[in-house]
Design a protein around this ligand. Structure first.
Ligand code: PGA
Length: 250
């Protein structure tokens, strides 16, 4: 079901105590705001999930990643089943930092998507082009391939549960935000690709989030676009008041 969504991706930030405090503050501000129609999600580091789950009621919980294997001799990995057992309901998969620094290819990501879904987690599947790909006009091909190889193996029914996040890599953590027109152009293209693959009704009911230097002061103009259903937020999710400013920007 297409929803307005704001998801905070804390990345490798906050120790356990700070993480619990931040989650508690987000929960408090969100609840006090009276906003009911924006699905609000926080994604702390793995080791915080269990404790953060205890302080959340109205705000939902996500992991930032999961293993590409179900279990076994994979030192340091955290499986989708483990994530689910903490109380998390969502899992970010395919963030550009995972793709760039940890070798998460489209085929590895497809395995992660499969395992997340099999364990009842909703994937927040990230796609996005780097600057050189945009400048050379390859951006639409890149996005198409990321969708086709990473997630379009799902059935229409399965895909109906997924959240897509368009995060142009050049906008992540740089302070350079996509213009509302650039975001809308790509979100529309993504929805068209979903429609070609799964049909219009699945495409119309998919939430497509924008990510990349989104903050309280620019969220309104981004979210005003017809195909932008919310945001995946990095830096601005680390301050509860700023994050609330994004949640209330629709
Ligand atoms: P940013 O990160 O908001 O700090 O640019 C977004 C993301 O990586 O999800």
């Amino acid at each position: 079901m297409r929803k307005k969504i704001v998801a905070g991706n804390w990345k490798c930030n906050t120790n356990l105590k700070e993480g619990i405090a931040l989650a508690s503050e987000v929960e408090k501000l969100y609840t006090q705001s009276g906003v009911k129609d924006v699905l609000t999600i926080v994604s702390p580091p793995f080791v915080h999930l269990t404790e953060v789950a205890k302080v959340l009621k109205n705000v939902k919980l996500s992991a930032q990643n999961c293993a590409a294997e179900p279990k076994g001799a994979f030192t340091g990995e955290v499986s989708a089943e483990m994530v689910k057992s903490t109380g998390a309901e969502f899992c970010i998969i395919g963030h550009s930092e995972r793709r760039e620094y940890y070798g998460d290819t489209n085929s590895i990501l497809a395995k992660k998507v499969k395992l997340a879904m099999a364990n009842g987690l909703t994937p927040i599947f990230c796609i996005g082009e780097v600057l050189a790909e945009r400048e050379s006009g390859k951006l639409f091909d890149v996005i198409k391939t990321q969708l086709q190889d990473g997630i379009f193996f799902l059935s229409a029914e399965e895909f109906g549960k997924v959240i897509i996040a368009y995060e142009p890599v050049w906008a992540i953590g740089t302070g350079v935000v996509a213009t509302p027109a650039q975001a809308q152009e790509m979100h529309k293209f993504i929805r068209e690709q979903i429609s070609l693959k799964y049909g219009k009704s699945v495409a119309d009911s998919t939430s497509i989030l924008y990510g990349g230097s989104c903050k309280a002061s620019n969220a309104k103009e981004l979210f005003a676009n017809p195909d932008v259903d919310g945001g995946l937020i990095g830096g601005a999710a680390l301050k509860a008041e700023e994050f609330l400013g994004i949640i209330t920007a629709f």
